[in-house]
Design a protein around this ligand. Structure first.
Ligand SMILES: *Cc1c(COP(=O)(O)O)cnc(C)c1O
Length: 413
């Protein structure tokens, strides 16, 4: 086990050692990683880094001490709400990431349910979601002792609204749809879920972690994207990650509510200890100022025009990949409209292809049902689609020639 060194080491030496360690990591700077990292280019990276370090020591836990951070958080939330059709009463907060946003929305929905006068049965409160929702919901359900009912998706890989509807009972505290789901990159029929939510008076959460900061701009770029946000009356809350297609520094997401009375169920207010009253909107105590300031800076740096341009590169890259893989005999899962695409081949095992691509330096995703290759694309990928397709062709040739060694599980997706 490593122990703390007796004496310190000079920073230049440590820096060299850290660079050496990074040399074995996935080669995202070359565009060969299509999961975990969003590479929007050198211009955005520079703003992220400088804006992050400017407020790295400040703490979002203390809005009275740091009105700068409070103002930046309000403005970031305001920008998110405008994009996602939040009305006059809509509000939200910055969290540390999608899992945090989802956990807090679940907590708010649970407390809302418990505060209402509906009669409950003896079972746990439950959440009804399509099978494709992110494991953050399982994590939140486990932590809060709730039941997550994952309902099989339809043949088109979208939420089965009538099956979800049939699964509702008096203990149902939340319905979930994804915009889009992470595995397939497809937007669930949120409008239909909204109707059910209104009808049965159930909280609907739209998980737009990976879509919230790209879909509005893809729409501005002329793509016909069906309504999926607060524009739909039945949507009570949303999660939308700044550190994904918002191209902000990691550690930043937004959790958004249709109105303040719903958000009130999230906020924790504690007075029963000797340190004085502490009010925290999200799970965190200390909140990294850098994540907030970097988000504010990147959003203002890009503006609508910048996002439209960056996201156009993403969708161009996706279309180039779609055309190329179809020519190689693959089929696309559904009709993705945003930055995620998954595809498979009628004869070649995706897990074997994955291993071949991995050997060629690619670090990407996989889906398990059906087995498919999975890409979450960034603007930078527009420059490497030809390389990707050439490597995929040679990987397909290798698998066809009998080099069938496959990865054992989809642990990267
Ligand atoms: C990434 C993602 C999450 C979780 O976000 P983290 O920031 O990784 O915690 C939740 N839902 C969807 C659809 C996602 O893509």
């Amino acid at each position: 086990m490593t122990t703390l060194p007796d004496r310190g080491t000079a920073w230049p030496q440590l820096k060299t050692e850290m660079e050496r360690r990074g040399s074995g990591d996935a080669k995202w700077r070359e565009g060969k990683t299509a999961v975990y990292v969003f590479n929007a280019g050198a211009d955005v990276l520079k703003v992220q880094k400088e804006a992050y370090t400017m407020y790295m020591s400040e703490n979002g836990l203390g809005p009275a001490a740091f009105p700068s951070l409070r103002q930046m958080e309000e403005e970031v939330v305001g920008m998110g709400l405008e994009l996602l059709h939040g009305g006059e009463l809509a509000t939200g907060n910055i969290t540390s990431g999608g899992t945090d946003s989802i956990t807090m929305a679940v907590k708010a929905a649970r407390d809302y349910k418990l505060s209402s006068n509906t009669e409950l049965n003896d079972s746990k409160l439950n959440i009804i979601a399509p099978w494709s929702v992110h494991p953050a919901f399982d994590k939140a359900a486990t932590m809060m002792d709730l039941e997550l009912r994952r309902i099989p998706v339809k043949a088109d890989l979208l939420a089965d609204v009538s099956a979800m509807s049939s699964a509702i009972d008096q203990n149902t505290m939340m319905l979930v749809g994804s915009a889009p789901s992470f595995p397939y990159g497809l937007i669930d029929p949120i409008a239909e879920l909204s109707v059910v939510a209104l009808d049965q008076d159930i909280w609907l959460h739209v998980d737009a972690c990976v879509g919230g900061y790209i879909a509005p701009f893809v729409r501005m770029n002329g793509v016909d994207i069906a309504p999926f946000d607060f524009e739909l009356e039945g949507v009570s809350s949303m999660s939308a990650d700044l550190h994904k297609y918002g191209y902000c520094a990691k550690g930043a997401s937004t959790v958004l509510f249709r109105d303040k009375t719903l958000q009130a169920h999230m906020i924790f207010d504690c007075d029963d200890w000797p340190g004085g009253r502490m009010v925290t909107p999200t799970l965190a105590g200390t909140r990294p100022g850098g994540a907030i300031s970097a988000a504010w800076a990147v959003m203002n740096f890009l503006g609508k025009e910048g996002y439209c341009t960056k996201h156009r590169q993403v969708t161009d890259a996706r279309q180039a990949i779609e055309t190329g893989v179809r020519e190689l005999g693959f089929s696309i899962l559904g009709e993705p409209q945003l930055g995620i695409v998954a595809f498979n081949h009628p004869e070649l095992d995706a897990f074997a292809l994955y291993k071949q691509m991995y050997r060629r330096g690619w670090f990407t995703g996989l889906t398990t049902e059906p087995r498919a290759l999975h890409l979450m694309l960034s603007p930078f990928h527009a420059e490497v689609t030809a390389t990707y397709l050439a490597d995929l062709k040679s990987s397909a040739d290798a698998v066809r020639a009998g080099d069938n060694d496959a990865v054992q599980e989809a642990k990267y997706s």
